[in-house]
Write a protein that binds this ligand. Structure first.
Ligand code: NAD
Length: 492
């Protein structure tokens, strides 16, 4: 199974360009195709529109999107890519013809995924020679930002392909929902469609305007859905007795004609009402302006959920852990300890620079924080350790800002452990420019080990103490850096 380096994007509209932006931000190469005139330029501008959000969320490592390959030859994408995501219009005949071509030219281990919103994968894979690698990978718009990706297999899809596709989507910071049964509309669009049909009925019947129906979601159920969906929300609606009481209480309503699920006819009059209503709601802002506003709000909502480790906040946390554990070494008894320990390197992120174009004060601390996280992992303080109720808290940090550094410039951080006792450890970071070798900053930190439940300091677990002692012993041979214990003063 070859590693995924190049992602093929077939159809570069709203969803395809979004996938491309997400893949580019995560360091994949992209080769795209789309038969529409001017498609490449449109794709470039869509990616540029998505990029600020990708910078803001911290996935994009460069201020501008990297270049990608574009071709009008579908077969070239099939021959070149290691994973292909198709995003052509949602018509079975179009999808089938694309998949037959890709299936003929792509290596048999290359996964062919469709972004379809509801077509059945069994129908799409019908005429292919290697149907076992064909799946649906259904994202949500904006596909460059939202976490959900439903993975759906057809009759002939292998479990292995579904799992491999899931791993790939996880590498894009997505929440992968493996759909058990192939059904029209999958899970999310079936749910969305139910609400959408009710909206069309209510607008047609003059019950409410598009604005009022949006308010009915925005100020109530919509806020709850982002945290716990419908079923857990309704469980809480039942009070202490939970779902059972909720069903008894609202059960009779299931017999009432509350929903009209069969869609109304899309008459010209209904279309006009929908368009007029939403045009008024847009209040003169362009779609692009609404997209930017939406993206900023989505990122803030996801980040707000992080400390609660719930829903999309948990996806961000899990992704961060996965990114940090890539390439992290772990101490093993008897192994030589690198002196100093150098595990974290990177480049100055676009979101880290101030108005002078230089890395800002807080960002130096953030970078040293990531280096500290690598040290924690090295000695065994990781997610499992924290889940078991123990962690380390920083009690003191001294930073010396030595040299400015600009966006995109590469750096590395080495860490030297200066001392360890039963509950504390003391260490020193040196951040250097990876090309010039210039010292950029130093940071000295003291951390205390805590019992998270009891909320007070406690001794390290024996295996962590053993690792820390080994690192401290190895680092004892190093010279103590001049900035250790440095004081700030202007007089005397
Ligand atoms: N828009 C959404 O909210 C959304 C969400 C999830 C999934 N999807 C699915 O993603 C797919 C693409 O939807 P979209 O919203 O990006 O549509 P879109 O109209 O924005 O883009 C479709 C693109 O496909 C191109 N195309 C047409 N024929 C093609 C062919 N034979 N080969 C390659 N490209 C071709 C078009 O030129 C266009 O650029 C659909 O299957 C859709 O159901 C859409």
């Amino acid at each position: 199974m070859s590693e995924i380096k190049t992602v093929g994007i077939v159809g570069s509209g709203v969803i395809g360009a979004g996938w491309a932006a997400r893949c580019l931000a995560r360091g994949y190469n992209v080769i795209a195709t789309d038969p529409a005139p001017g498609a490449e330029e449109i794709m470039i501008s869509k990616i540029a529109n998505a990029w600020p959000a990708l910078v803001k969320i911290g996935w994009a490592k460069t201020p501008e999107p990297p270049a990608f390959a574009f071709t009008t030859d579908l077969e070239e994408v099939g021959r070149t890519a290691d994973f292909i995501q198709e995003n052509a219009p949602d018509r079975l005949d179009i999808k089938q013809s694309i998949f037959v071509t890709l299936d003929r030219v792509a290596r048999p281990d290359v996964i062919l995924a469709s972004s379809s919103s509801g077509l059945l994968p069994s129908d799409i894979q019908e005429a292919c020679n290697h149907p076992e690698r064909i799946i649906i990978g259904h994202p949500f718009n904006p596909s460059y930002l939202l976490p959900l990706c439903e993975v759906v297999g057809g009759n002939k899809t292998s479990q292995e392909a579904k799992e491999r596709a899931g791993e790939f989507y996880k590498s894009l910071s997505m929440h992968v929902l493996q759909v058990r049964k192939e059904v029209d509309g999958y899970l999310s669009d079936r749910l969305q469609e139910a609400i959408w049909r009710e909206i069309l009925h209510m607008v047609k019947d003059g019950v409410a305007t598009t604005q009022e129906l949006d308010e009915a979601i925005i100020y109530g159920p919509g806020l709850r859905w982002a945290l716990m969906g419908v079923n857990m929300t309704f469980t809480l609606a039942g009070g202490e007795a939970g779902m059972r009481h909720m069903l008894e209480h609202f059960g009779p309503a299931l017999e009432l004609p509350w929903t009209h699920l069969k869609a109304p006819e899309l008459t010209e009059e209904l279309i006009d009402r929908m368009v007029e209503g939403t045009t008024e709601q847009a209040k003169g802002r362009t779609i692009q302006e609404w997209e930017q506003l939406r993206d900023n709000c989505l990122i803030d909502i996801m980040r707000t959920l992080r400390p609660h480790n719930i829903a999309s906040g948990k996806t961000l946390n899990d992704d961060e852990s996965a990114q940090l554990s890539i390439g992290t070494k772990h101490w093993t008894p008897g192994a030589d300890v690198p002196t100093p320990l150098e595990q974290y390197s990177g480049s100055v992120l676009p979101g880290w620079v101030d108005y002078n174009g230089h890395m800002n004060e807080a960002a130096y601390l953030e970078a040293c924080g990531w280096a500290a996280d690598k040290l924690f992992r090295y000695v065994g303080i990781d997610e499992a350790y924290r889940d078991a109720g123990k962690s380390v808290f920083t009690v003191e940090t001294h930073i010396n800002y030595i040299k400015e550094v600009g966006v995109g410039e590469p750096f590395r951080i080495s860490v030297q452990v200066l001392g360890v006792d039963d509950k504390r450890f003391h260490f020193f970071h040196q951040m250097t420019h990876a090309q010039t070798g210039d010292l950029l900053c130093t940071a000295e930190q003291l951390l205390v080990h805590v019992d998270l439940k009891a909320s007070h300091a406690c001794p390290f677990e024996p295996q962590v103490k053993e690792a820390l002692d080994a690192v401290a012993a190895a680092h004892a041979a190093l010279e103590t850096p001049a900035n250790v214990g440095r004081q700030m003063k202007t007089k005397g």
